[in-house]
Design a protein around this ligand. Structure first.
Ligand SMILES: NC(=O)c1ccc[n+]([C@@H]2O[C@H](COP(=O)([O-])OP(=O)(O)OC[C@H]3O[C@@H](n4cnc5c(N)ncnc54)[C@H](O)[C@@H]3O)[C@@H](O)[C@H]2O)c1
Length: 370
């Protein structure tokens, strides 16, 4: 018969894919979303939200709305959030209010109206720098990066001045919360796991890497590096990259993320656990920018490497997917080249407003780019 699922933030990029996947297997979906202007410039129901999803327009911090949204619901997928590491470093009040307090309001209501399970979207950003090893193989867990090295390189160094080597980061790595966004994501996952266990519910948290795919908010310059590059390229501008472009990340397709969310909702053994979710393939940001320009038919728009650093940014972070594979049976399926081609095709149908310069100005005005 399926369940009734509340997806908070379900009108957003990931939420729309999750809603579609739930509906496709026979669940009923209610979305609670305030349609924030940064993501939904027209503040109207997005066309890409499946017509079979019920939409309640309301704020996650509004107790009455949350109470209404929870009526008759079996499980909750909590995605509502302000999303942007750089922006969180100056919009402190807004990020903390929505991400931390908003989750507290949700749980305040869940205490009176418990559900079977709550799945929350956490983020790779809670790790800070990923796990590293030294040249002779010693793991380095608490790497803190200063600004650029005296020789102009960017990689963190060991005590002998040799670059540290990034290795896949397991869930057991200690968090290192280096941005307001990361703090909020960690609060969200801890509230979820602590309070579900306390009140007879189940909980699971997914630490998502860089999610991409059709439906990314192209006009939101604060999040989603592929969306930012895509809107630059679509407007005939070269993608701009901080530092030297050799930062390593893992880009995971939104379809794989939606499947992971459903697995986290269903799998008995997921209760009380956190899982890394990525594609299992890491790449440099420069490589990705080149591949994307090529996939959009503009290989001439080579990346502009700015050599500037952004406050709160990390150097390398790539996931160890062993736990998600073993416990959730999660296996990423999307081929990256095909995913980029699909994104390019979707972007070609959008009107991407290039607001990168504006976003950069906001950071520069506050001394958050050096
Ligand atoms: N996209 C990524 O790469 C990524 C990576 C790691 C984690 N996540 C997490 O996944 C979740 C979904 O991200 P997304 O990429 O779909 O972002 P998104 O911005 O497209 O979606 C977020 C949705 O939340 C809604 N929202 C914001 N504030 C709200 C409020 N106060 N009340 C109700 N709704 C509100 C927005 O209107 C939007 O529709 C977020 O929790 C985000 O932190 C995303």
């Amino acid at each position: 018969m399926g369940e009734s699922i509340l997806v908070t933030g379900g009108a957003g990029f990931i939420g729309r894919h999750v809603a579609r996947a739930l509906l496709a297997r026979g669940d009923r979906v209610r979305v609670l979303d305030s349609l924030i202007a940064q993501v939904h410039p027209t503040r109207t129901r997005p066309d890409e939200l499946d017509p079979d999803a019920e939409l309640l327009i309301g704020d996650i911090r509004d107790e009455t709305m949350v109470g209404r949204a929870l009526e008759g619901v079996d499980s909750v997928i909590h995605l509502a959030a302000e999303v942007g590491v750089g922006q969180s470093m100056y919009a402190v009040d807004r990020y903390t209010s929505v991400n931390d307090h908003g989750t507290a309001v949700l749980f305040q209501r869940l205490i009176d109206r418990p559900v079977r399970r709550v799945v929350v979207a956490s983020s790779m950003s809670i790790y800070g720098e990923g796990l590293y090893r030294t040249a002779d193989g010693t793991p380095m867990e608490d790497v803190v990066r200063g600004t650029r090295n005296p020789d102009g390189s960017w990689d963190p160094l060991d005590c002998d001045g040799r670059p540290l080597i990034p290795v896949p980061t397991p869930e057991s790595k200690r968090p290192a919360l280096r941005s307001v966004y990361a703090i909020g994501k960690y609060v969200q996952e801890r509230l979820t796991l602590t309070l579900t266990a306390q009140y007879g519910m189940e909980g699971a948290a997914l630490r998502l890497w860089n999610v991409y795919g059709p439906g990314q908010a192209l006009s939101n310059p604060y999040t989603g590096v592929l969306a930012i590059f895509a809107s630059r390229i679509a407007n005939g501008q070269r993608p701009m990259i901080f530092e030297d472009g050799q930062q390593r990340r893992d880009f995971v397709h939104v379809g794989d993320v939606a499947r992971a969310v459903l697995l986290a909702l269903d799998e008995l053994a997921a209760n009380g656990e956190v899982f890394n979710i990525g594609s299992g393939e890491d790449r440099t940001v420069e490589e990705v920018a080149r591949l994307q320009a090529a996939s959009m038919g503009r290989p001439d728009l080579t990346p502009e490497i700015t050599g500037q650093a952004r406050a709160g940014d990390i150097r390398h972070n790539i996931p160890d997917l062993g736990k998600a594979r073993a416990v959730l049976n999660y296996e990423p399926r999307q081929d990256f080249a095909e995913g980029l081609a699909e994104l390019a095709e979707w972007v070609a149908r959008q009107e991407a407003q290039d607001r990168v310069a504006e976003a950069r100005g906001e950071l520069e005005a506050r001394g958050l780019v050096a």
